[in-house]
Design a protein around this ligand. Structure first.
Ligand code: DAH
Length: 367
């Protein structure tokens, strides 16, 4: 019997001794029996109530003490208390064991393999914009560019001021900006990544960043209030327009998987000087002129130029020692060309029949 060995009761004269011994031993035995059958915390709780509860067996013994004389009360009471302590301890041990067992069982039964394809459903797919960004990042990584990221909610400083937009310059009007009540704004371009990158890196710098940008646009087949860009920048001693043209040609030829002819026309962006609009010979007619290029033979694709000295200074770089080029390109239209999507709004409206076109099977066939 699991009673403490301390519990001894030797008086042969007490009329109560046989009674109490008779009572304690069966209770201890019954407890062992009940405990061994409790295989769940709920059952254990019932055992606890039965033996240690307010109306339980131990309590009944304690109530019975009042009929004993002083000395007997002390001795028998001690025995009951020891029994109570021993039962309490055994309950606690069993509880710890059962709780652990139940947790294990719950974990085992609720485990799911998140890598499995959903049964009876098609596998998901990456969004066409994501695919284009991943491909662009791959191309630039191969040329030793770092991939950077930046916040969507920006300050005026990063989105405009450090990029050489004067507070009242009309160039700001071209960026229909969403402002927050706290005086911040949704970035209208990925160019703030240039400043954030320069703040953290030392030249030579090669970096690109892709992501969402926001402008308060009127929506139509080719305009969305949220669209995407890739931004890039290279800074070192002696960087010139030749480096810019070469890098753009590599990017576009890799992207379109064919030699792409480019030309530069002057374009104004406050953060580059000189600034350019880069055009590519129309991919459909090869530059001869067709409906897609409005018979021009050339298609405007991106903005670029040599980084303005004020921008280098804002990034903590000495413009008398270093020079650099930068470029920024919308990637929604690139994705639309790549996947022959005729309306930009498809990219955001979450229509499954559209998204399914980019499921795993078609993902790889495109590049
Ligand atoms: N941030 C410009 C825009 O959204 C695009 C751009 C033009 C980025 C020229 C550049 C650049 O880095 O050099 O219109």
């Amino acid at each position: 019997m699991p009673l403490s060995e301390n519990w001894t009761y030797k008086s042969h004269h007490s009329p109560y001794k046989p009674n109490m011994t008779d009572k304690l031993a069966p209770i201890a035995a019954a407890f062992q029996e009940a405990l061994s059958q409790a295989t769940h915390t709920k059952e254990l709780e019932a055992v606890k109530v039965r033996f240690l509860g307010k109306k339980g067996e131990i309590q009944a013994l304690l109530v019975g003490l009042k009929d004993l004389s002083g000395e007997e009360k002390a001795q028998v009471g001690k025995g009951i208390n020891e029994l109570k302590q021993s039962l309490t301890q055994e309950i606690a041990n069993a509880e710890a064991r059962l709780v652990a067992q139940e947790e294990q069982a719950a974990l085992a039964s609720s485990w799911i393999d998140v890598t499995l394809n959903p049964q009876g459903q098609e596998a998901g797919s990456l969004h066409p914009i994501t695919l284009v960004h991943q491909r662009l990042e791959e191309i630039f990584e191969a040329m030793g560019f770092l991939i950077l990221d930046g916040p969507h909610v920006e300050t005026d400083y990063y989105n405009f001021e450090a990029l050489n937009f004067d507070p009242h310059h009309p160039a700001r009007d071209m960026h229909d900006t969403f402002f927050t009540q706290g005086g911040r704004l949704l970035r209208t371009q990925t160019s703030p990544i240039q400043i954030r990158g320069m703040e953290r890196l030392k030249p030579p710098i090669r970096m690109v960043g892709t992501g969402k940008v926001f402008r308060c646009e009127r929506l139509d087949a080719s305009h969305e209030a949220c669209f995407h860009q890739i931004e890039g920048m290279m800074i070192d001693k002696g960087i010139n327009v030749g480096h810019l043209i070469h890098t753009m040609k590599v990017m576009l030829s890799e992207m379109f998987e064919k030699e792409v002819e480019v030309r530069l026309r002057p374009g104004y962006f406050p953060f580059v000087e000189p600034g350019y609009e880069l055009e590519i010979a129309c991919l459909l007619c090869g530059g001869k002129g067709c409906a897609a290029c409005k018979k021009l033979g050339w298609v405007e694709l991106l903005g670029c130029g040599m980084v303005h000295p004020n921008v280098l200074k804002a990034g903590g770089i000495d413009p008398t020692v270093y020079s650099g080029f930068a470029f920024g390109m919308g990637t929604d239209r690139l994705a639309m060309q790549r996947y022959q999507i005729n309306d930009i709004r498809h990219l955001h409206n979450g229509d499954l029949s559209f998204n399914r076109r980019f499921s795993t099977a078609s993902q790889y066939q495109v590049y």
